[in-house]
Write a protein that binds this ligand. Structure first.
Ligand code: ADP
Ligand code: TMP
Ligand code: ASP
Length: 234
């Protein structure tokens, strides 16, 4: 594999072309942002940890029948992925009330949800990622109904698999965000799965082991990411 031109630099990752037109190289940075980029910081070593955790999760999901863009890890901070036609949606699945749902539902943080709640957000930095429903998605022609049905099925399966996997490590999966794209007409799971886009709480102590430590200046950010990696892979 030969690293080619820079295709896109995002808030947490850089995407490069490769000599294979169907594949990209993703580079995981240490940069962290919150509140639509208003807050910026560096979490030293985060890129290395998120690359390893994403590899771990994508492989575990593949073993359980969930296809993703992941091809192989290509370096400490680098992963080869299939080049997808990305669907401009952030798909959030929630098992407990946290983050923006506290205000939306008026329930205390940590309240268990009786069913997993799935939400769509429009991936648009200019608009501040507003929440969308299926009608908005149709009107904007972001995805077809069949694709949304597939996305929801995959997102809820990922939830079931990750909850079980994490439960064995004494971690509750509070919520998470996924992204999807098309490859040869098929919807595949993409982007990353890491403490940047999931909320992980210790089952007993409810200690936060994710990016909320950065968002709300709780300290021990890097240690929390490392703790998740150690619990899952050691
Ligand atoms: P953001 O764009 O939100 O700042 P990142 O810094 O994580 O996000 O940048 C990674 C970008 O790569 C995201 O825009 C994401 O949608 C995109 N992406 C993720 N996986 C793929 C893929 N397999 N093919 C093409 N683009 C992808
Ligand atoms: P929220 O409670 O702030 O809406 O976030 C729900 C989940 O989505 C949480 O696990 C964090 C993740 N997330 C992202 O990955 N990117 C984002 O831009 C936002 C707002 C949330
Ligand atoms: N990643 C998002 C941003 O920088 C927000 C977040 O994860 O809280 O805007």
């Amino acid at each position: 594999m030969i690293k080619g031109n820079l295709l896109y630099e995002g808030k947490a990752k850089i995407v490069y072309e490769t000599n294979n037109p169907d594949e990209l190289l993703v580079y995981f940075k240490d940069d962290a942002t919150a509140f639509n980029g208003e807050k910026h910081g560096i979490i030293e070593g985060k890129g290395v940890i998120n690359n390893k955790l994403s590899e771990f999760f994508f492989k575990q999901l593949k073993d359980r029948g969930i296809k993703s863009h992941f091809v192989e890890k290509a370096g400490e901070r680098e992963m080869i992925v299939k080049k997808l036609d990305m669907i401009k949606l952030e798909v959030v699945v929630r098992n407990f009330v946290a983050g923006s749902l506290v205000k939306r539902l008026g329930l205390p943080e940590g309240t268990p949800l009786t069913v997993p709640v799935l939400e769509y957000y429009y991936k648009s930095d200019e608009l501040g990622d507003p929440m969308l429903n299926r009608w908005h998605i149709m009107a904007l022609n972001l995805a077809k109904i069949d694709e949304l049905n597939n996305i929801e099925h995959i997102a809820l399966s990922v939830n079931t698999i990750l909850r079980e996997l994490l439960k064995a490590k004494n971690v509750d999966l509070i919520d998470f965000k996924l992204e999807f794209g098309r490859f040869d007409g098929e919807v595949l799971l993409a982007d990353e799965i890491s403490p940047d886009n999931c909320r992980f709480w210790d089952t007993e102590t409810h200690e936060k082991l994710d990016k909320d430590r950065f968002r709300h200046d709780l300290g021990g950010v890097k240690e929390a990411y490392q703790e998740m990696l150690d619990r899952l892979t050691m």
